[in-house]
Design a protein around this ligand. Structure first.
Ligand SMILES: [Zn+2]
Length: 425
């Protein structure tokens, strides 16, 4: 209630004070959000701070016919935040944001991207990535709050089971070859990539990463922001960095055959290569690469490891509720052999949560993973032209813990709700 009142108070103040336009604020250099204490800046700061408190990852400003709605993405789900931002005020806010990001305020028909930094307290900044896309009712803004909770974690904090963690740590820190991180949109692959880079980020290593966009800055890693607009593409950056004497190369997303080809070549010349790829799982990634035209013998010699990952809501450890699934219910059949000898004890969120989880019952998100090691029987099966199901079976026989299994282990440990996991499989 209080938050709402404060919002409306700031909204009204901003409305009264910004009707005379923003032209005077235009400047050569991108400004910082808090350079001027205008009512509009105050409103914007209030929205950002409140979103941070709510542990949101994104803020959406959605133009409806009459007004603009603001929604937040919290724990992966969209939640209503504020309604009723009047159009004129929204127009001013949009212009202000474009100025802060150094974008073209006159451009209203084409998408624009930018970023700005927001000082939270002394020495602590919040980086915000801005995407503006024209919709039928007007331009929609999505702000991604970059260093809020999920965006940067060390390898230890990435939810890998101890077996998978050890495998990943070993393959990433010694030897050569490519490590691929696969998953759909919002599956935490980029966060995992950053976790690995931070592990390798030592004085003796020259690490170059090519990203679009750079989501988090890591001191000591040479990060390249590609810029398709001026023709600085992934491929161009890749060709150029081959002469930059690197030990480790990371590529934000493996999309084209040309990128894949260059990565494979680099991996084969004894360098460590990391890339994210948009596929639903580790085994599927193998077939995606084959479909791209990569020869099986090159794939098995260049790729050392493929990680598949998804995110689900993490249960709040302070208020989760223990229960036993019905003996013949859907949950028991999903658990199957897994729960085996153990008397299955599961956990679910408490409705209304507790103070520790902001009364939601959940606390952020947790990854469920599978790690496919490209050697032994798996390599033989790929060379032998195995089909997807067969390859999965071989991989599991060789010790891969499938994502579903990993998720079940985490559900039995009380880290996630089985119902959440069942939605994925
Ligand atoms: Zn709680």
């Amino acid at each position: 209630m209080e938050i709402k009142e404060e919002y409306f108070h700031l909204l009204r103040r901003a409305e009264q004070n910004t009707s005379n336009g923003l032209i005077e604020m235009v400047r050569e250099q991108p400004a910082r959000l808090q350079d001027e204490r205008t009512p509009l800046a105050e409103l914007m700061e209030f929205i950002l701070r409140t979103a941070l408190q709510e542990r949101a990852s994104d803020i959406h400003f959605e133009p409806l016919e009459q007004e603009v709605r603001i929604r937040l993405r919290i724990n992966g789900q969209m939640k209503p935040f504020f309604q009723n931002m009047p159009w004129q005020l929204y127009g001013n806010l949009l212009s202000r944001l474009k100025i802060i990001c150094g974008l073209d305020i006159a451009e209203r028909r084409l998408p624009q991207d930018g970023r700005f930094s927001f000082s939270l307290q002394k020495g602590k900044n919040l980086d915000v990535r801005v995407s503006i896309v024209p919709m039928i009712n007007g331009e929609k803004i999505v702000l991604r709050l970059l260093n809020n909770q999920d965006s940067f974690k060390s390898l230890e904090q990435l939810d890998f089971s101890s077996v998978n963690y050890e495998l990943l740590r070993q393959k990433c820190s010694s030897g050569s070859g490519a490590v691929l991180l696969s998953g759909p949109v919002n599956s935490g692959k980029t966060t995992a990539l950053y976790g690995i880079l931070s592990l390798l980020n030592r004085e003796g290593n020259n690490i170059i990463s090519i990203e679009d966009p750079v989501e988090y800055r890591i001191e000591g890693v040479n990060q390249i922001q590609v810029n398709e607009k001026i023709g600085y593409t992934f491929e161009m950056a890749l060709r150029a960095v081959l002469r930059q004497d690197f030990d480790c190369l990371a590529v934000g997303e493996l999309r084209s055959m040309e990128t894949a080809d260059m990565l494979i070549t680099s991996a084969l010349t004894g360098r460590r290569v990391f890339a994210t790829i948009h596929t639903p799982g580790a085994v599927k990634t193998v077939f995606r690469l084959l479909d791209m035209g990569i020869k099986p013998y090159l794939l098995v010699s260049a790729v050392s490891l493929i990680v598949g990952q998804r995110l689900v809501k993490r249960l709040c450890p302070y208020c989760r509720v223990v229960y036993s699934p019905e003996a013949a219910g859907a949950e028991s059949s999903f658990l199957g052999e897994q729960a085996g000898g153990r008397s299955a004890v599961l956990y679910r969120h408490r409705k209304g949560g507790c103070a520790m989880c902001g009364y939601t019952g959940y606390g952020g998100r947790i990854a469920v993973q599978e790690v496919l090691s490209m050697d032994g029987g798996v390599a033989e099966a790929v060379m032998g032209g195995a089909k997807a199901d067969d390859l999965e079976a071989v991989a599991m026989k060789c010790g891969m813990i499938a994502m579903r299994q990993d998720g079940i282990e985490k559900a039995l440990a009380g880290e996630l709700e089985l119902a959440e996991l069942m939605r994925l499989f």
